[in-house]
Every structure is written in structure tokens, then in C-alpha cells.
Design a protein around this ligand. Structure first.
Ligand SMILES: [Ca+2]
Ligand SMILES: [Ca+2]
Ligand SMILES: [Ca+2]
Ligand SMILES: [Ca+2]
Length: 340
């Protein structure tokens, strides 16, 4: 699975592109909520570019350096954004208008490049250090994605969060640092207690290949630790709210031994802690691309297959399947950005 994105063109070129204007003319816009926003699927909003309550199909094309987006409400976006070999995709809703913002974290410069959907402005923020892992989420629950990085020392992971509530202007850099997890852990931020604030989470490897890995979460409601054993070493983290109770579900994706083996989705429903196990995708060719594509407030199981350039979506409640051809071979589905 690709974690670091290889992008060819300079981000600065986007200001002169005709597509830029097209991208920014989207209405209507909603004002960000003043306080205590109702629970929403923030994974969906990060990639909902037309504000119709459904995630849009988005792929990155390596040959043209473009984000190519098929909006669920109709129409497309094609926008150059990012630099090859340096940038991570960090889609989110940084300005809090419930519309996804194109965004990348440039590792070499430790800079965040964000195109605010509300103003069409390209915002650049120096935050973090080279080598940090971007973990931008909404940690203070104000409806705006917060810049955040996970920094691994020789012993621990330090989460450094630039909360939007404490940084109303782009030049401010008021941060909070919290040590959570050991350096060998993987990050798995989610809203596991469903209070609208993302929680710090790490996944700790098992000591044996047959033992379960442990998700260790610092719940924002209480500050207390929740530990859940789920998945095996080597499984990928595919956090989402598959049962639609507004709490992130612990979930992993297991690749097969053979390239032709199916991908196995193992989801622990937060609503009743039961397991959902589904085969979807092919180990050698499919990328996971889970999101809420049908707008029912449940994360859908989804893959984008690189041999057919097609999304396949499975509703986690009804298990009904649909497909949508979008992109070309060797594209990358941007919804895969949070896979660890
Ligand atoms: Ca936005
Ligand atoms: Ca926030
Ligand atoms: Ca929370
Ligand atoms: Ca859930």
C-alpha cells in the first residue's frame, strides 16, 4: 500500500490553471457551526467537494499531477496539487464549511498547503518537522480539521496538535503536545467515543504472529485509556464508522498470501462489538478507499482496483454492492490516505 504520494508538479502552478477557477466556484456554502456541532462523519466531509452529504470519487493521476474528482452531485474537478516524492495527502475540512479542502503536507519543508474551499485561497502553514507523520483531524470538535503530526522519538510518539480553536489565524502556531504510544506503534486517530472530537490512538503489535494487536486509545470524553485487541501483525488500519453510530470502529484490512487472494475486511462494530468480516478487493491490485459514498452516515467498504480503474462500494449495513469507473490505471484513490 502506498503511504507517501509521488506527485510531479509544483503546487505553485495551480494558481495559474484554468481548472483552479472552476474548482473554487462551488455554492452554496454553509457557515461553520459556532459550537457543539452535531456528530458528523468527518471522514466523509474531508472528501465531499460539493456538500451533498456524500463522499466524492477522487483519484490522483501521476502523469498529470492532478486530483481528479467525480462529484456525487454531478460534475468533475481536475486540479494540479502537490509535489512528487515529498508530499502526503492530508484532505480535510480546514475552514469548517463542510466542504473538503485539497491539502498536502510537504515533508521536506514541513509545510502544509491547503486550498480553502470557502475562499479559494491557497494557505501555506509551516508546522511540524521533516520526518513527522501528518495526522490532521478535528481534535477540538469545532468542525475544522486541525493540523497535527505524530513525531516518533527513540521511545515514544509525541502528538503535536495545532487546534483550530487556538489558532484562528494562519500565522499562529499554538500547539499542544501529548505523548501517546511507543515509537514502534502505528497511529490510528478516530473518534472512538463519538463526542465529535478525535481521540489519540495507537496500534501495538502482538508479540507473536498469531496474537492480536492492541488498539490503545485516549478517549477525549474522559481522558481514560481504552484498549481493544483486534487484528494481526501486518494488517492495515482502516478506521471508519461502518455501523453509523458516530463512533469510529476498530477495523483492519488483511492482505492475502497470494496476489490473487481477496482482501479481507475485519470490522469491530462499536455499537455492539460484533465482528463484520467481508472479502472485498484483490491483494495485488486493489487499494482500500472506504468512505461514505451513499450518504447514509455509515462508512462504506470500498476499493479502487488498479487493473480496472473502478471503485467498488459495499454498504456495510445492507451489503449491497455498486461500482463506479473513475480514473485510469496507475492512479491512486485519495481515500486511501489514512491507511497505516
Ligand atoms: Ca472546507
Ligand atoms: Ca478543530
Ligand atoms: Ca472523541
Ligand atoms: Ca461506529
Amino acid at each position: 500500500m502506498i503511504r507517501k504520494i509521488f506527485i510531479f508538479a509544483s503546487i505553485l502552478l495551480l494558481l495559474s490553471l484554468p481548472a483552479f477557477a472552476q474548482l473554487t466556484k462551488r455554492a452554496p456554502r454553509r457557515q461553520p457551526p459556532a459550537k457543539s456541532p452535531p456528530p458528523v462523519d468527518k471522514l466523509r466531509i474531508a472528501m465531499d467537494y460539493d456538500n451533498d452529504g456524500k463522499a466524492d470519487f477522487a483519484v490522483f493521476n501521476h502523469a498529470t499531477n492532478k486530483w481528479n474528482i467525480a462529484k456525487s452531485g454531478g460534475g468533475t474537478i481536475s486540479q494540479q496539487f502537490g509535489i512528487r516524492g515529498q508530499d502526503y495527502f492530508v484532505p480535510g475540512d480546514y475552514d469548517g464549511d463542510s466542504i473538503g479542502d485539497l491539502a498536502v503536507f510537504r515533508d521536506s519543508e514541513h509545510k502544509w498547503y491547503i486550498m480553502y474551499s470557502s475562499t479559494s485561497a491557497l494557505v501555506t502553514i509551516d508546522f511540524g518537522l521533516s520526518g513527522d507523520e501528518p495526522v490532521a483531524r478535528d481534535y477540538d470538535g469545532d468542525g475544522k480539521t486541525d493540523l497535527a503530526v505524530a513525531r516518533k522519538s527513540t521511545s515514544v510518539i509525541t502528538w503535536i496538535i495545532r487546534k483550530s480553536t487556538a489558532n484562528p489565524v494562519t500565522t499562529a502556531n499554538v500547539t499542544e503536545s501529548t505523548d501517546w504510544g511507543f515509537a514502534a506503534d502505528s497511529t490510528c486517530p478516530g473518534d472512538y467515543d463519538g463526542d465529535g472530537k478525535f481521540d489519540l490512538c495507537v496500534r501495538r503489535a502482538a508479540t507473536t504472529d498469531t496474537g492480536l494487536t492492541t488498539f490503545i486509545t485516549k478517549l477525549s470524553t474522559t481522558g481514560l485509556q481504552e484498549s481493544v485487541a483486534w487484528g494481526l501483525n501486518g494488517d492495515l488500519i482502516i478506521a471508519g464508522d461502518y455501523d453509523g453510530d458516530f463512533k469510529t470502529d476498530y477495523a483492519v484490512l488483511r492482505e492475502g498470501k497470494l496476489q490473487t487472494d481477496p482482501l479481507k475486511w475485519l470490522i469491530r462494530r462499536s455499537s455492539d462489538t460484533t465482528a463484520v468480516v467481508v472479502d472485498l478487493g484483490i491483494t495485488g491490485t486493489s487499494y482500500n478507499a472506504q468512505n461514505d459514498y451513499d450518504g447514509d452516515n455509515r462508512t462504506d467498504l470500498a476499493v479502487w482496483d488498479n487493473s480496472t480503474a473502478t471503485f467498488t462500494i459495499v454498504n456495510a449495513l445492507t451489503m449491497t454492492s455498486s461500482s463506479f469507473a473513475w480514473g485510469v490505471v496507475n492512479d491512486y484513490p485519495i481515500a486511501s490516505y489514512q491507511t497505516r
